[in-house]
Design a protein around this ligand. Structure first.
Ligand code: SF4
Length: 236
């Protein structure tokens, strides 16, 4: 990403942030109430029943989970990545986007919640009869606002078994407040991430090194985020 594109993106995001702060929470609550929602605890959003179940995480959410549990960064998060069926497919897609540097590190923007080998959320039990989240009280914004989120100043709705169920106005207001707070926080976090980003050099033997690492069962990532950059090794 060159500097002109980065500046343009930051300016657009700052404009969106200003507009997001002016969104009428009461109207949003009414929209949520009209849509209707009640979580049935089916666990489908935590598993891969609707396909993509990646949960983007901001550093403050990782810290909150870390502080409230005995979990390490690696227990909680992994580099935000392209959705794929396997680490090998994930790497091939990364390679196509030219995100491998000359030392074989794969560059990503931000973090996501750690997933199991089968790509279900790491915090949902293996038994499909038990859908209790093991970090429920500390769960990320995305989980506590699911299936609602904001994009381009509009309310968006993900697939969910609980849609259309009756929800009271007070509960809709609380949910609308959380959805808006998440939107503003994510915009601020993305702006900071782009401001911190300094680029990287591609080419050389980078792809060869990454492919060798993959054969040996790991990949090195550099995660660009709102707190700077973090190098992390992911075991495959
Ligand atoms: S939010 Fe929706 S999909 Fe997720 S557990 Fe509740 S009802 Fe199921």
């Amino acid at each position: 990403m060159n500097i002109t594109l980065r500046r343009l993106l930051i300016r657009e995001l700052e404009e969106e942030l200003e507009a997001a702060k002016k969104i009428d929470a009461e109207r949003l609550a009414e929209e949520i109430q009209r849509t209707g929602f009640n979580c049935l605890m089916c666990g489908k959003c935590c598993r891969r029943e609707f396909g993509d179940n990646r949960v983007a995480l901001m550093p403050e959410e990782i810290s909150r989970i870390h502080d409230g549990s005995s979990l390490t960064l690696e227990d909680i998060a992994e580099p935000f990545n392209i959705e794929a069926e396997s680490p090998e497919e994930e790497y091939l897609l990364q390679k196509e986007t030219d995100m491998v540097d000359e030392e074989g590190n794969i560059h990503t923007f931000g973090w996501m919640l750690q997933r199991k080998k089968n790509r279900d959320c790491i915090f949902i039990p293996d038994e499909r009869t038990d859908n209790r989240c093991s970090i429920y009280e500390l769960r990320p914004h995305l989980c506590s606002t699911y299936p609602f989120y904001m994009e381009g100043l509009k309310l968006r709705i993900s697939e969910c078994e609980g849609l259309g169920k009756v929800i009271g106005l007070q509960e809709s207001r609380e949910l609308a407040g959380k959805v808006l707070n998440r939107y503003v926080c994510e915009l601020q976090d993305t702006i900071l991430t782009y401001k911190n980003y300094n680029g990287f050099i591609t080419g050389g033997k980078g792809q060869l090194i990454a492919e060798l690492n993959l054969k040996q069962g790991y990949l090195n990532y550099i995660v660009h985020n709102s707190e700077g950059t973090c190098k992390i090794t992911k075991r495959i």
